[in-house]
Design a protein around this ligand. Structure first.
Ligand code: ZN
Length: 498
């Protein structure tokens, strides 16, 4: 740093960075002149100090360069260009120094060894679904050194995912795509592997293109339509499919289409009835139970990629978290009559799986619509009805544990929907409702009976049952459209949804 003082055409140089123009300064007394000289002296001191500092800076720079050269010679890990070259996991079947350090605990497993590690590095795995199963499967495969992971998910992270989908975070909730969030976590654990992000819903039009890019496929989804789609795509592209599922406290796992094992269609030629299908959103699931199955899926992938052990091809593992038991059952073999992998296949390309199954792959929340509009009421209209103060009954048809989570303050009865399937007279809850209705009903003004559930599906089934049950009583029975979810959306934003 240097100063330049220009005074009446006379340039006093102390540097170049700060230039002080003093042309207009007129000294009215000797005191001002002394002050000016004093300032010049101070500026000279400052300039000297700055000059010394610059010399020190140059010296530090020179020492840093020297240190950098010495470090390159002694430890290549600290050199960025050397680090780049180490991104190739192995050369001529040999592992790099970093690989040996990173994977040492599994390298000393005699079944796996260097050969297995190299094979993992050359393997690509497609994980369909970055949820409760996909998260543990992906992170263990990333840690194990799988060369390339493809992550498929079209959803974004939600708060209700976090108890089991362990690669996501609160910071990502409600905004980040799951595939991106999962890839970020995998790369954080192992920056040397490759993550392909597919923020798409797997469909008949894109599944084969995506599946063919990978060696092994992991089914970590939670719906029947995608299970058929993935199984067919794996048969048509000749890829093994590691399939897992978990619900409540139980999980299961098998490997389809590997070493002549059956495909999903061999076991389930026809999809289940739509109303028989449930998922963790409706039935619930314990996080660690999904974690167990997702981790097992990672084990199966490693076994297939490295050729060790006995993958669960043709066998099904059943895990019961409550009992703490594992069972393994032998599955029936590949079926000659199978539509896709049989002797005379009729499915030679991917079909419309949503219409085949009668279910949407992306919509986990089934939406029934079996009642006429006259037998239904909007949540906001029910809220208005409450304000009239007119007598009525509100029947919540969820199971008691769900009422403990939350319920409408106007709830008068709890009769779980399953109670309606019991023989007449066998349900004490229905009996209490029956007595109440008959006591309050009047021929002059039919008693309004409203039915509510979580999302407005079970309530419709219950309305049909109640209409039959009270066919001899003057009542009007309606369900609340969309259930408590609609109440939260339309009437009370603070009403908890689950
Ligand atoms: Zn088959």
């Amino acid at each position: 740093m240097v100063f330049v003082v220009v005074y009446n055409g006379l340039q006093l140089s102390y540097g170049t960075k700060y230039i002080i123009f003093c042309n207009t300064i007129k000294f009215q007394s000797s005191a001002y002149l002394e002050l000016f000289h004093s300032c010049l002296t101070t500026m000279t001191d400052v300039a000297n100090l700055i000059s010394q500092l610059q010399e020190k800076d140059k010296e530090i720079l020179r020492l840093r360069e020297l240190l950098s050269q010495r470090t390159t010679c002694t430890d290549s890990r600290d050199n960025e260009s050397a680090r780049q070259s180490l991104k190739v996991p192995e050369v001529d079947g040999r592992l790099s120094r970093d690989d040996i350090a990173r994977y040492s605990r599994q390298l000393i497993l005699s079944e796996l060894g260097v050969k297995g590690q190299v094979a993992l590095g050359r393997t690509s795995v497609l994980i369909v679904g970055c949820g409760g199963l996909g998260c543990p499967a992906a992170i263990y495969l990333a840690g194990a050194g799988v060369g390339r992971l493809g992550l498929v998910d079209h959803d974004i992270v939600e708060l209700n995912n976090l108890h089991r989908q362990i690669l996501h975070s609160e910071a990502n909730a409600e905004k980040m795509p799951k595939a991106v969030s999962a890839a970020y976590s995998c790369k954080k654990l192992n920056s040397r592997m490759t993550c392909d992000i597919h923020c798409v819903m797997l469909t008949s039009s894109n599944a084969l293109d995506i599946v063919r890019q990978y060696d092994i496929v992991v089914d970590a989804t939670d719906n029947v339509a995608t299970r058929y789609l993935l199984s067919d795509a794996c048969v048509l592209s000749g890829r093994p499919l590691v399939s897992g599922g978990a619900l409540r406290f139980e999980g299961q796992l098998t490997v389809y289409n590997y070493q002549s094992s059956p495909c999903y269609r061999c076991l389930y030629p026809q999809p289940p009835l739509a109303e028989m299908v449930t998922n963790c959103s409706d039935a619930g699931v314990l996080g660690p139970v999904v974690g167990v199955i997702g981790s097992l899926q990672a084990v199966e992938v490693i076994k297939i990629a490295t050729g060790i052990g006995h993958p669960f091809a043709g066998r099904l593992v059943l895990y019961d978290g409550l009992d703490g038991t594992f069972h393994c059952v032998k599955l029936r073999g590949r079926q000659k009559t199978c539509a896709v992998c049989g002797d005379s296949p009729t499915v030679t390309k991917l079909i419309d799986y949503e219409s085949f199954c009668g279910l949407s792959a992306g919509d986990i929340c089934r939406s029934l619509n079996i009642l006429p509009p006259s037998e239904r009421i909007n949540a906001s209209d029910y809220a208005a009805f409450i304000k009239t103060g007119k007598p009525h009954l509100l029947v919540d048809v969820r199971i008691p544990v769900e009422l403990e989570i939350t319920k409408l303050p106007t709830t008068t009865h709890n009769v779980p929907v399953d109670e309606f399937t019991k023989p007449t007279g066998c349900s004490s809850l229905l009996k209490v409702l029956d007595e109440d209705v008959r006591e309050q009903a009047s021929a002059d003004a039919p008693l309004p009976l409203f039915v509510v559930c979580r999302r407005g599906n079970d309530s419709q089934l219950a309305v049909q049952k109640l209409q039959l049950f009270f066919s001899d009583v003057p009542v009007t029975v309606k369900d609340i459209i969309g259930g408590l979810a609609a109440w939260s959306n339309e009437v009370d934003k603070n009403f908890p949804i689950y």
